[in-house]
Design a protein around this ligand. Structure first.
Ligand SMILES: [Zn+2]
Length: 161
């Protein structure tokens, strides 16, 4: 998997919580929408704030969309682009079996999660392997392309006080 992630914006997270909710826009280009809604719903169940799906992208703090080519590079499956206090998550339309992973992975970035190979900062990945997280590029479950326990622990650790 190839994708981009700009410099981590971990400070942005507090802005999400000013109103105790994250607004999400799902573009009509996205499919399957059911998976994205399940992903958001499950993530919502992990955290103390609420996700709210909105009808207009301008009202969204996280925007999901799909494109034929992501960020001008045919090798990218997805990209998480921070834009001030917002995130644009763009997934390759033809990502196939990787698409659900790409959605969950990019949402992970928007929630402050990093790749396990970004371990120079010495945080949670010290005792993990790349199989423990969908933030790994080597993540290859045979089924259920979804959060692993380390992902759940990370999300709850970042967001719940
Ligand atoms: Zn990534």
């Amino acid at each position: 998997m190839f994708e981009l992630f700009y410099e981590p914006y971990y400070n942005f997270t507090s802005q999400f919580l000013q109103d105790n909710k994250i607004t999400v826009f799902i573009s009509k280009s996205c499919e399957p929408v059911g998976f994205i809604k399940d992903l958001i719903s499950f993530t919502d169940s992990l955290v103390d704030f609420r996700f709210k799906i909105v009808k207009k992208s301008k009202n969204a703090e996280i925007t999901f969309s799909e494109q034929q080519v992501v960020y001008g590079n045919p090798d990218y499956l997805g990209v998480a682009i921070p834009n001030y206090d917002r995130w644009n998550l763009v997934i390759k339309k033809s990502a196939g079996v990787y698409k659900q992973w790409a959605y969950a992975h990019e949402l992970g970035h928007a929630l402050g999660m990093e790749h396990p190979f970004d371990a120079e900062d010495g945080d949670v990945w010290n005792y993990s392997t790349t199989d423990d997280t969908l933030m790994s590029y080597e993540y290859r479950p045979s089924y259920n392309w979804f959060y692993r326990q380390a992902d759940i622990d990370t999300i709850t650790g970042i967001w719940n006080y």
